[in-house]
Design a protein around this ligand. Sequence first.
Ligand SMILES: Cc1cc2nc3c(=O)[nH]c(=O)nc-3n(C[C@H](O)[C@H](O)[C@H](O)COP(=O)(O)OP(=O)(O)OC[C@H]3O[C@@H](n4cnc5c(N)ncnc54)[C@H](O)[C@@H]3O)c2cc1C
Length: 481
Amino acid sequence: MPAINGQEFLRRIRHLQPEIWIEGKRITDVCNHEAFKDILKSKAALFDFQMKKDHMDLMTYNSPVSGERVGTSFMLPKTKEDLEKRRLSTQAWAKLSGGMMGRSPDYMNSCLMALGTASDHFQDSLSRGNNILQMYERARENDLTFAHTFVNPQVNRSMLYFEDEEHPISAKVVKETSDGIIIKGARLLATQGGITDELLVLPIGGKYISESFIYTFSIPSNTPNLRFICRESFRYRTSQFDHPLGARFEEMDTIVVFGDVFVPWDRVFLYNDYSISMQLASETRYFTFLLHQATARQVVKTEFLLGLAQMIVETIDIGSYSHVQGKVSEIISALETLKALLLSSEINAKPDKRGRMVPDVNPLSAAITSFPRLYPRFIEILETLGASGLISIPTEKDFDSPVRGDLNQYLQGASCEARDRTKLFRLAWDVCLSAFGGRQKQYERFFFGDPVRLESGLYNSYSKESAMSLAKFILDSEEIE
Ligand SMILES: Cc1cc2nc3c(=O)[nH]c(=O)nc-3n(C[C@H](O)[C@H](O)[C@H](O)COP(=O)(O)OP(=O)(O)OC[C@H]3O[C@@H](n4cnc5c(N)ncnc54)[C@H](O)[C@@H]3O)c2cc1C
């Protein structure tokens, strides 16, 4: 089945029944579980959106294999216009959650597209290149959804730490058979783990101490002995008035436990090959395509926060204070910078040896290393502008109770009624102060990896030659007469 609607997505997830644990209990019906039903509904809404007549041209394209409409995020970009279409489709989905759904399906679809269209990089005597190509095509033709994991458990991050080989903590290959590999241990931190069709397990990166850690594969979420352990849910109110974001976009994060999970060879894309693993990012450019998607979403999120800030300003009429103008301008500057970086990545895109139009990674790296600092600052600005307004936020039930009269009188805004003012400030609270908001801040800091190491990566990969030539020229040049 090509591009799907929400009903089909929910049907598949309901049918899967993966092993998901939350608060000590195993979930039997994920689609009706309090912690998951709303995020699944919100994801289903994305699929319904792509199937609407007015959106279909942007959100889908004709499959090169079947000719049927398939999701744009699976599209191999051959031109700059293709990149633009990819960006606009990501942003169309992101607008439905204000960029708060970090793991809309297009994120991992972009990764699979990059890996699948560079399948020759995986080619070895065991035809693993064919495996990744087939996986990409199967995902595209069936609109499959993916969670992913690329981090080992945070037990000991010292440079001198080597794990006990006998008792694995980090997931590793413990046995190889003629049919596949057996994985034992854990991985962090799969957002939406268990509520996607598949789990994509990517290399951890860096140097490996043993070949048993060098693997990449994808398996269905309901694979036997695969377990997802959830944190507590941050969707603790059903009312959208009370919890406007958490009630709809709480994605959940999970620890992934592999208890001797069997992965058949045709699901293995990379195994025990250090050089293929080390060149994965540079050859497939999957980081670059992921960055393009992520920055497109972050632009939407920044625009949403700007709108929210300005609504607070107007609601309590603080726009004439110069420091308030300055703070909102900070968000405006960041928004325009991020937009410029994203566009610059497309304008300076170049075709690679595989005929793929690859965005310029430098502006995207600049965006991803800036956002972990920018996002907490946006939150600080909203908190500063909203002040006690972010705390004096009665619930929907209070407005339906005998205290309604007091609320209507004392919580009105400069230009709106108390209920509307409270609704707006509850949204700001959910962005800034709720558990959902706190998780968003941590997400934007870390979802693409450790910002410290991302900055080192930018430092090491960025060509500084022309900047140094300029500095040398100024250093050596004679005084101008
Ligand atoms: C909300 C959220 C959702 C996430 N979703 C996913 C997901 O879906 N899939 C996924 O795979 N991952 C996900 N992650 C995990 C994310 O990839 C990691 O948080 C990130 O890679 C950093 O790894 P870590 O958390 O283990 O931090 P650590 O590596 O343990 O770092 C802890 C601290 O030590 C420092 N440190 C550690 N090692 C070094 C070093 N070698 N050099 C310098 N400093 C070092 C770091 O800078 C940091 O300050 C998610 C994270 C969050 C917060």
